[in-house]
Ligand binder design. Structure first.
Ligand code: BMP
Length: 274
């Protein structure tokens, strides 16, 4: 099957993992393939941005460790907004250690990521034990994992054989790994590895409509390039929506989220019914 031509609702049936099904169903229900990455350092701004964009997103991505004034109550507020606005939560933790350590980092410490984040991600550099270590914590909770198969940054080393080996790691753990952070669909790599029948999601950062880069290595492509031309499933947008995070203009943040949601959905419609 050509998964890139299926609807998100159809694809929910391709997954056994609860978080993947929930994400695809949410995308279909809200007609949104937008994930907003809320990389601000004040908890009050964090909540303000999420309140503003909540109606337009299927997923909120966090870097919970950049909050200067983190308190566990922020997680309660985030979870409540997720229920109110019908979105899932993705902590962009990029785990990259031995299985025992990543299991502890996922379950414990100040953040207790596994207790609130539906989806998280990992670098594949340690090999398959990073997946099994995280799965031992996340799978009983119905969580899902994304593997970083490619990065958006200039000069990224995650290319070629590294990317292909990351695809193999995902295909070997279909109950917990739901897809990738990547810049394009991984179907041809999967087919080369002899797994043409397995659907995996592609969530893509480095998306912007008004800029091609940030001067610090980030590279931006448009929703059309990412979803329609490269076959990715979810656009991840941060500063394209809230700028540098200073002097937040909530009405403008809302308008930008609406704009990215519209562009992302149009690119998806064009892809499934060209
Ligand atoms: P922005 O749209 O403001 O450039 O933010 C992009 C977000 O996506 C950041 O949170 C960054 O950590 C993340 N990200 C990325 O930009 N490129 C990758 O390859 C992987 C990421 O997780």
């Amino acid at each position: 099957p050509d998964f890139a031509r299926q609807t998100y609702a159809q694809r929910a049936g391709n997954f056994s993992n609860a978080a993947a099904k929930q994400l695809l169903d949410t995308m279909e229900r809200k007609q949104s393939n937008l994930c907003v990455s809320v990389d601000v350092t004040k908890s009050s701004d964090f909540i303000s941005v999420i309140e503003a964009v909540g109606p337009y997103v299927a997923l909120i991505k966090t870097h919970i460790d950049v909050l200067d004034d983190f308190q566990p109550s922020v997680i309660d507020a985030l979870t409540a907004l997720g229920e109110k606005h019908d979105f899932l939560i993705f902590e962009d933790r990029k785990f990259a250690d031995i299985g025992n350590t990543v299991g502890l980092q996922y379950s414990s410490g100040i953040y207790k990521i596994a207790s609130w984040s539906h989806i998280t991600n990992a670098h594949t550099v340690p090999g398959p034990s990073v997946v099994t270590g995280l799965a031992s914590v996340g799978l009983p909770l119905g969580r899902g994992l994304l593997l970083l198969a490619e990065m958006s940054t200039k000069g990224s080393l995650a290319t070629g054989d590294y990317t292909k080996s990351s695809v193999r790691m995902a295909l070997d753990h279909p109950e917990f790994v739901i897809g990738f952070i990547a810049q394009s669909r991984m179907d041809s790599a999967a087919a080369q590895l002899g797994y043409a029948g397995k659907d995996l999601l592609v969530l893509t950062p480095g998306v912007g409509l008004d800029s091609r880069g940030d001067g610090k290595g980030q590279q931006y492509r448009t929703p059309k390039e990412v979803v329609e031309e490269s076959g990715c499933d979810v656009i991840i947008v941060g500063r394209g929506i809230y700028g540098d995070g200073r002097n937040l203009d909530v009405a403008d943040v809302r308008a930008k989220a609406e704009r990215y949601r519209t562009k992302g959905w149009l690119a998806y419609r064009n892809r499934i019914a060209p």
